[in-house]
Structures are given as C-alpha cells and as structure tokens.
Design a protein around this ligand. Structure first.
Ligand code: ACO
Length: 329
C-alpha cells in the first residue's frame, strides 16, 4: 500500500527553569566539572520543579508546536507521548496531555522506547497519517529523569536532565517538505546494559528494597557507548541511502544528545562536517526521548536549516532501540 506523504508542520520545546551546573554536582557526588565535560560535553542540565510533571512539560512544548503548525488542539486526532518517566504507570501521560490541551477528539497513548521514543512516535504517526487513519498527529518526547535518578551514583546522575519537545505532523501538500525515509530497530537481547530495574512487575518497590534506589537508571556506559555509535551510524546511512541523498545533500544532522564523543564519532563515520551536526547537550544533558525533539525544535527555530533543505535525525537508547529519519523540511 502506498502511503500519502507526511510533513512536519510545527515544532516546540520546553525546558524547566532550574539549571543544575557541573559545579553544583561537585558538591553532591565525587566528580569534577573537568571529568563531566571531557567525558560527555555536558556543562549543565535542567531540573523540573517540584510538582512539575512530565505531562506539564509535554503540554508546554505541544502548545508551541500547535501554534507554529496553525492547528487547533480541538482538531488534533492523535497524540503520542514518548517517555520512560510517565506521570503514572497508567493511565498514559498522553491522556493527561490530551486533557491539558482539551484535545477531546484525539486518541492518546504513550510509547516506551527510551531515547529512541520520539522517532518511534514519528514512524507510527507518519504511517497512521499516510494510511489515512488520522489526518494529523502531535508527537512529544518528554522526560522528568530527575525523578528516576540515583543522586548518589556519579556514574549516572551527571548525565541526565528534564525537558520536552514536540512536533505536529499532517499530510504534506503539493510543494511542501515531507518525511523521506525512516528506520527503526530493536535488540531485546541487551536489556541489561541500560535499564530502570525496579518499580515494574518484575521487581516491585517494597518496604524491604525501598532504600536500594532500584527505580533509578542503571547503565553499563562503555557497552552502551559502543552500541550507540554502531547502531546510529547504520540507521543514519540507511535512511540517507533510501532517500537517494548523499552527505552533501544534508543541511543538518540532529543526533540524540547523550555524549559529545558519540556525536563526534557519528559525524566522522558519516563523513559530515561537525558544523552540520546540531549539539545542545552542553545545556541540557541527556533528556532521553525529549532530546532529539528539543534539538529539532532549537535547530529549526535558530535557522540551522530552512524549508526545502534535508535533515537527518538519529537516536539510540535503552532496549536497545535505535531509529533514524531523513526529512525534507
Ligand atoms: N566523575 C568522576 N569519575 C567518574 C564519574 C563521574 N561522574 N563517573 C564515572 N567515573 C569514573 C568511573 O568510576 C571509572 O573509574 P575507574 O576507572 O576507577 O573504575 C572512570 O570514571 C571511567 O569510567 P568509564 O565508564 O570508563 O567512562 P567512559 O569514558 O566510558 O564514560 C559515560 C562514561 C560518559 C557514561 C560513557 O560511557 C557514555 O556516554 N556512554 C553512553 C551513554 C549513552 O549514550 N546513553 C544513551 C542512552 S540513555 C537512555 O536510554 C536513557
């Protein structure tokens, strides 16, 4: 079945006000600004206020994307929130967002694909719009990782931050840009190298284990690093080839914002100049599903690419999961 082309009509993002610097982290765990900067590129991250939930950040990002897309919330037909830090295990965070936006017509659900979630959501929305099941969609990557961080573990607490990014998709009209190619993948044999072990049905939080910080992110950083470079490179090359583009045709690559060394390695493998690769992780750290969504919005609004130019988004996360999208903007 051939699918109708789909365009990104608007983007938005939201970052909480509170900035947590590396210098402040030096007072919390045994670390240094020098270690964090040289190993990751991160200088600071944002932390949601008490009482500010994933759905609140998602809603703020969504409103900006809807405004730019000139689509009213009441006309939305689909809302997908990608998150690993939902407000509640059930109902889905997307349901709270639907209510906040008063988008009464929209079906709403979450997907859990960690840092890859926003591009998984893009793939789903693109196919549903393309097949005619819905005429538009709001996709959001939103995370309150600060609520799932072990603030005593220097291996992880220096890496993550909070925030949300959103995009509104609809059918592409004559002369508009479109999503050219997408690629998504999963390797479930590697669940153990990056996960939140507790808080699910496999290991509920009980009185006996409450002190063990089991509902915090745990990661074998080196293993994840190696896999991230390989999977993101392969996925990006696949969508570039499938779209019939070459690296010269790409105005900007928007990668997952986890580690500057991973981003540099990918730029190198793709033979793309560093100035064509968007980086904002020094300001926000790794915001998981929100990262590529926030980066896409910031890059678009700051004029890193224009309508008609080609971009490539590429991500990697727990699962393991990975995804890429080539987009004519
Ligand atoms: N401050 C100081 N020292 C530290 C810190 C810290 N914050 N954290 C770790 N160290 C120490 C370690 O204990 C280790 O010490 P040791 O050699 O005495 O044991 C040493 O630094 C080196 O640790 P490495 O693990 O070798 O550091 P590495 O260079 O691999 O960097 C990092 C670690 C930044 C985590 C890197 O591996 C990485 O970025 N991995 C990928 C993360 C990622 O991409 N995640 C994506 C998905 S996230 C998601 O899905 C939610």
């Amino acid at each position: 079945m051939s699918l109708a082309p789909v365009t990104i009509a608007g983007t938005g993002s939201y970052l909480p006000e509170r900035i947590l610097t590396n210098a402040e982290l030096e007072k919390i765990v045994d670390t240094t600004d020098e270690w964090i900067t040289s190993r990751t590129g991160i200088k600071e991250r944002r932390i949601a206020a008490e009482g500010e939930f994933t759905s609140d950040m998602a809603t703020k990002a969504a409103k900006k994307a809807l405004e730019q897309a000139k689509i009213k919330a009441e006309d939305l037909e689909l809302i997908i929130v990608a998150t690993i830090t939902p407000d509640t295990l059930t109902p889905a965070t997307a349901c709270y967002v639907q209510d906040n936006l008063e988008a009464r017509k929209a079906i709403a659900f979450d997907i859990s694909a960690a840092c890859s979630g926003f591009l998984y959501a893009m793939e789903l929305a693109k196919n549903m719009i393309g097949a005619g099941s819905v005429s538009n969609a709001l996709i959001v990557g939103a995370e309150k990782l600060s609520a799932f961080t072990n603030w005593e573990d220097r291996n992880t607490c220096v890496l993550f931050g909070d925030g949300a990014g959103a995009a509104v998709l609809r059918k592409s009209e004559e002369g508009e840009g479109r999503i050219l190619a997408t690629e998504i993948g999963t390797d479930g044999a590697q669940t153990s190298i990056l996960n939140i072990p507790g808080g699910g049905s496999a290991m509920p939080i009980t009185e006996a284990n409450a002190g063990d910080k089991l509902s915090s992110l745990s990661m074998l950083g080196k293993e994840v690093f190696k896999q991230a470079v390989r999977r993101m490179k392969d996925a990006a090359i696949k969508v570039v080839d499938e779209s019939g583009l070459t690296s010269e045709d790409i105005a900007q690559v928007i990668p997952h914002q986890a580690n500057l060394r991973i981003i540099d390695a990918i730029a190198d493998r793709l033979d793309i100049d560093n100035d064509k690769v968007f980086v904002n992780l020094h300001k926000y750290g790794n915001t998981s599903a929100a990262a590529v969504a926030i980066a896409l919005d910031e890059a678009a609004r700051s004029g890193k690419f224009k309508r008609g130019e080609n971009i490539v988004c590429v991500v990697f996360g727990a699962g393991l999961t990975w995804a890429a999208a080539a987009i004519e903007w």
